[in-house]
Design a binder for this molecule. Structure first.
Ligand code: DQA
Length: 144
């Protein structure tokens, strides 16, 4: 099964930006960690700072038929209806992940345009959040 991991705006700066919040490891380190779990899945990693590129990537669900997504849209989480509509347009099942605990931060980060359409949300657990989402996908909806 194919899993699409999307990291959105500014997440290419992991390891360099606000390290007290996001840690000192890079996006590359994160992708390596997920690959090294060695689950029997095909992982595809995508990062972009462009709304258009993210939307176009989500639209490929029609041809690619990804089993599930693990999405962290960065600040677009709190602002972007177009990406939400793209997900709904192609019926893309996904987990929402945030590295930091958005609920312990500014109020504008408490709102997400994605949480209500996600299979589940993991916030504030650092890179582990991505690992837990992937583990959940591998176990299946009813797995434990
Ligand atoms: C983030 C939280 C967002 O509020 C912020 O804009 C980010 C990263 C996180 O992973 O904690 O860029 O999505």
């Amino acid at each position: 099964m194919k899993i699409l991991v999307i990291n959105g705006v500014n997440l290419n700066m992991l390891g360099k930006r606000e390290t007290e919040l996001y840690g000192s490891e890079s996006l590359n380190d994160l992708e390596k960690k997920l690959s090294e779990l060695n689950y029997d899945v095909e992982l595809e990693f995508f990062q972009s700072n462009s709304e258009e590129e993210i939307i176009n990537k989500i639209h490929t669900q029609k041809e690619e038929n990804y089993h599930c997504g693990i999405f962290n849209f960065g600040a677009h989480t709190h602002t972007n209806i177009s990406i939400r509509d793209a997900i709904l347009a192609v019926n893309f099942p996904f987990y929402e992940v945030h590295i930091s605990n958005v609920f312990a931060r500014e109020e504008f980060r408490h709102t997400s345009f994605f949480s209500d359409i996600a299979l589940g949300c993991i916030v504030g657990l650092g890179f582990d959040g991505y690992e837990f989402a992937l583990t959940k996908i591998v176990r299946g909806k009813n797995g434990s």
